[in-house]
Design a protein around this ligand. Structure first.
Ligand SMILES: CC(C)(COP(=O)(O)OP(=O)(O)OC[C@H]1O[C@@H](n2cnc3c(N)ncnc32)[C@H](O)[C@@H]1OP(=O)(O)O)[C@@H](O)C(=O)NCCC(=O)NCCS
Length: 363
């Protein structure tokens, strides 16, 4: 069961369910490593019961529950972006869609990889792909842990509605003698006009455990015959394709919203995160929706009575927590108060990450 019954909160009216909010239980990688996370999903209320505070009640119950279970953060993808900030969620990452004409996919240097590539079944993919994913996910902020059931029922599932009229989900693995190094899930959407192929390779997920394997899997996808273009979505903004493609301006790199983070237990979330330097910063955090978080914290998550360096609301802390945005970004948006001079620079030096957060799937 991917979504356990005890992680579903519902509201009823006269015995009938009218609203619900669920939470997957997985680990989401934060700077420093994987962290138990409430993966919020299926939030909704019937149109007959909207705007009466029903989902507010569910959000409150869900966050109290996550807190009691010891989950320092909650994460979600927002379809209604205006809704979640009031509950302490902040958009923590952005991601991008691309659409590259096949004729403009040359790399600026040859791919230095000598393994083999083969097509596999979904069952084989279920065995092989996690061997790559589990080398990437624990060190990539934003990525989530996947159980075998998650792979089978979500990532590798090829239901009709996901196919949306396109080709079947195809699985390719790139291997070296020691085992899988990269994989791709993709669809080939064939079409022709005037006797010329106009189809699209739709990349659902492509992952390499090393830079060479990442280049190799993308070269494979970009070279598939009979396709006029290659599309992919939910890529990290710092995807290596930017620097691998000769004509990066042909990518049509379109940036959109990524995952949102809600510190559920601010002290535990700060304590478990890794920092880039030795300094400290005192954050005064305000949290009207989960008042147990109100207070001042050092970078190690311990409470302090020291005077604050920065004043920040819990949703703004969510924005910078994974390293997707910076305190300087918050300052420019009027979402943090710099109490002590140089505090923004110190906080940015501490929260800095080497790469941008990446969550390759919507949950
Ligand atoms: C969005 C949705 C979950 C809101 O549920 P709801 O029970 O009507 O919300 P509530 O009555 O508890 O409203 C809580 C607050 O959010 C505000 N709000 C409600 N819907 C909103 C929206 N779509 N955008 C921005 N604010 C919204 C309310 O005005 C209220 O504001 P307040 O804090 O100032 O009082 C509901 O409209 C819905 O089910 N929509 C379709 C499914 C959906 O979009 N789910 C979210 C998936 S990520």
């Amino acid at each position: 069961m991917l979504l356990r019954e005890e992680r579903l909160h519902v509201a009823t009216d006269d015995g009938a369910i009218v609203a619900g909010a669920g939470a997957f239980e997985f680990e989401l990688t934060v700077p420093g490593g994987p962290m138990p996370t409430a993966g919020v999903t299926v939030v909704g209320v019937l149109p007959t019961h909207r705007r009466r505070g029903v989902v507010r009640e569910l959000m409150s119950a869900q966050l109290k529950d996550a807190h009691a279970r010891g989950e320092p953060i909650a994460a979600l993808w927002a379809s209604e972006g205006g809704f979640y900030g009031r509950f302490g969620y902040g958009m923590a990452s952005v991601c991008a869609d691309i659409e590259i004409p096949k004729a403009h996919t040359a790399f600026n240097r040859a791919v230095d990889w000598s393994g083999t590539t083969r097509l596999v079944t979904a069952d084989e993919a279920c065995e092989l792909f996690p061997q790559v994913y589990e080398r990437v996910a624990p060190t990539t902020p934003g990525m989530i842990s996947r159980s075998p059931e998650w792979w089978k029922d979500r990532r590798l599932a090829d239901s009709e509605w996901r196919r949306a009229g396109g080709g079947e989900l195809t699985f390719a693995v790139l291997e070296e003698a020691a085992g899988p190094e990269a994989y791709a899930c993709y669809r080939l959407n064939f079409s022709y006009a005037d006797g010329v192929p106009t189809g699209t390779t739709v990349v659902v997920e492509a992952m390499g455990a090393t830079p060479a394997a990442t280049a190799a899997v993308w070269r494979y996808l970009l070279d598939i015959d009979w396709m006029a273009k290659v599309e992919a979505e939910l890529l990290p903004v710092d995807h290596p394709l930017h620097l691998m493609l000769l004509e990066q301006n042909r990518m049509k790199f379109r940036v959109g919203d990524g995952i949102w983070i809600r510190p559920v237990d601010v002290g535990a979330a700060l304590a478990a995160r890794a920092y880039a330097g030795d300094g400290d910063v005192v954050l005064e955090v305000s949290d009207v929706f989960c008042p147990w978080n109100d207070g001042r914290y050092g970078r190690d998550g311990s409470r302090t009575t020291a005077s604050p360096d920065l004043r920040v609301s819990v949703d703004a802390l969510g924005c910078v927590y994974l390293g997707g945005f910076t305190f300087s970004d918050l300052l420019r948006a009027g979402r943090v108060v710099e109490v002590r001079e140089d505090a923004i620079a110190r906080a940015d030096a501490l929260f800095r990450t080497d790469r941008k957060p990446w969550c390759p799937e919507i949950f």
